[in-house]
Design a protein around this ligand. Structure first.
Ligand code: APR
Length: 320
């Protein structure tokens, strides 16, 4: 193979680093590789874990037919010049724990991880996944010093996917035809906006009763806890992994997707200085735009309440 060909290949392939080779990180690596979104680096503090999972995944490539490289490492030097970095490092919740119970443990982990990442990939886009999400992405922004369009969090795609799945199940229709998004923090104060949910453009408010919608909204709010209670140890990872990969794909393919993400607000929706889930335009420039949709006074109040809950968590963070 000529060296010029290799250079061309290098230029085209994105480099995607995933920190945390646990359930969420490994699942993300799996789908990112299967979709050939780029070369994948899996990094973890535990020796052997990322190497083992990466090798296992790479050995599936002849069967699944993906040609990207997948490596595991404990050394941040191997993550150098990544285009997208995904932070899943941290501890997951156990039954009875809220996402907020993870605050100080995961803040320290995310702080360390981010300071390592930025040394080697100063120009990357960063997707934070560790919980409590909205506070952890704030930590990532503070520690990295990166601009807001390059640091954001994954929660809205997941919460929305849960809602969409529940709606599809309730109506007995394809998940492909159900659209909608969830706003607010990734927690008890998340703000589903069923007025904007549709089945192929038909508002779900015309297809489901208020009581049905209220039940699905509540199940969405409790969606993470439902999985935690079933698993008994650890939290969800398939749907989170798929959600992360959708965001990575939007960036590396410059798809200009409109997706809900935890974005740093500076006056949008009357909120300032916190990360909250809102619809954004996601493309090669990261968050290229924050979409401001019209909200009813009740929805607006719920969003502000959600932002206040995130603000409380930020106040409770250990020194960064
Ligand atoms: N650096 C790198 N990796 C770390 C560090 C660190 N400082 N600290 C912990 N890790 C790794 C762990 O070794 C583990 O492999 O993070 C991984 C976390 O994996 P799991 O325990 O399987 O947790 P997971 O289900 O993947 O959830 C990770 O995502 O959804 C959120 O709430 C969830 O905060 C949690 C995170």
């Amino acid at each position: 193979m000529s060296s010029s060909y290799e250079k061309e290949y290098q230029r085209l392939a994105a480099k995607i680093t995933i920190v945390g080779a646990g359930n969420v990180g490994a699942t993300t690596a799996h789908w990112a590789a299967a979709k050939e979104l780029g070369d994948v680096v899996l990094i973890d503090i535990v020796e052997g874990l990322p190497q083992g999972k990466a090798l296992d995944l790479a050995e599936s490539s002849p069967i699944e037919g993906f040609d990207c490289s997948v490596i595991g490492t404990n050394d941040y030097a191997d993550t150098a010049n990544s285009d997208v970095v995904v932070v899943t490092a941290g501890v997951p919740r156990r039954p009875g724990m809220s996402r907020d119970d993870l605050l100080s443990t995961n803040a320290k982990i995310v702080g360390t991880v981010v300071s390592n990442l930025v040394k080697y990939s100063p120009n990357a886009y960063m997707i934070v996944v560790s919980n409590p999400l909205d506070a952890m992405v704030y930590v990532a922004k503070q520690v990295s010093g990166w601009p807001k369009h390059r640091v954001f969090g994954m929660a809205g795609v997941l919460d929305s996917a849960r809602f969409r799945y529940f709606v599809a199940q309730e109506l007995g229709v394809s998940v492909e035809d159900v659209h909608g998004f969830v706003m607010g923090g990734h927690g008890d104060t998340m703000v589903p906006v069923p007025r904007y949910a549709t089945v192929t453009g038909i508002p779900i408010t015309q297809l489901l009763s208020e009581a049905q919608i209220a039940r699905l909204v509540q199940r969405t709010r409790d969606g993470g806890a439902e999985i935690v209670n079933l698993l008994k140890q650890g939290s969800a990872f398939y749907a989170p992994g798929a959600s992360i990969v959708q965001m990575v794909e939007a960036i590396v393919k410059n798809k200009k997707r409109i997706l809900p993400a935890a974005a740093y607000l500076e006056g949008e929706y009357g909120i300032r200085g916190v990360y909250v889930g809102v619809p954004v335009l996601l493309g090669a420039g990261g968050i290229e735009k924050i979409i401001e949709v019209e909200l009813t006074p009740d929805e607006q109040a719920a969003l502000h309440q959600s932002a206040a809950a995130v603000e409380e968590l930020i106040q409770a963070l250990p020194p960064l």
